[in-house]
Ligand binder design. Structure first.
Ligand SMILES: Nc1nc2c(ncn2[C@@H]2O[C@H](COP(=O)(O)OP(=O)(O)OP(=O)(O)O)[C@@H](O)[C@H]2O)c(=O)[nH]1
Ligand SMILES: [Mg+2]
Length: 140
């Protein structure tokens, strides 16, 4: 199995996705530090929200094979800078979360991720299970 690091704003659903992919229930607490959990590296939203943490993200990515830029489909904005993917010397994919929500706008989320440099984008929902098999396949 490949190891995947997830990066995205606070509350987009990174920890929840990791828990669901690992066969655990929904997450309820905020991630406070970079956490190594099995085949995943979880990062706090603040690490994307504040540029001074970028070096920490780059350092942590050395331990993974895939970096996932995670964008919430319900958000009207994105904090990923243009071509953010290029700071990593790893395969970088885009993951759209919360596609189950009624006012989700998947096309908008995909535009943000493409702008951030994602070539491959996976649509997902930790609630309904959409995209989870595709993510597992990516990591096999
Ligand atoms: N409807 C829906 N809600 C989700 C989904 N994934 C996560 N959530 C909810 O979104 C909220 C935030 O989820 P987290 O997984 O804690 O978010 P995070 O990206 O880890 O946030 P930080 O740790 O603060 O960076 C929680 O209330 C989850 O229940 C999803 O696929 N669908
Ligand atoms: Mg978290």
């Amino acid at each position: 199995m490949k190891k995947m690091m997830l990066i995205g704003e606070s509350g987009v659903g990174k920890t929840t996705l990791i828990r669901v992919l690992s066969g655990e229930g929904f997450s309820t607490r905020k991630t406070q530090a970079v956490e190594f959990c099995g085949g995943f590296i979880d990062t706090p939203g603040e690490f994307l929200e504040n540029r001074r943490f970028y070096p920490a993200l780059i350092t942590s990515s050395a331990d993974c094979q895939v970096v996932a830029m995670v964008q919430d489909a319900t958000r009207i904005s994105s904090l990923f800078p243009p071509q953010f993917s290029t700071i990593f010397s790893r395969k970088v994919v885009g993951v759209v979360t919360k596609v189950d929500v009624e006012d989700a706008n998947v096309a908008r989320a995909e535009r943000f991720l493409k702008n951030a440099g994602a070539k491959e984008i996976i649509q997902s929902s930790s609630k309904t299970g959409i995209g989870l098999e595709q993510l597992k396949e990516l990591l096999r």
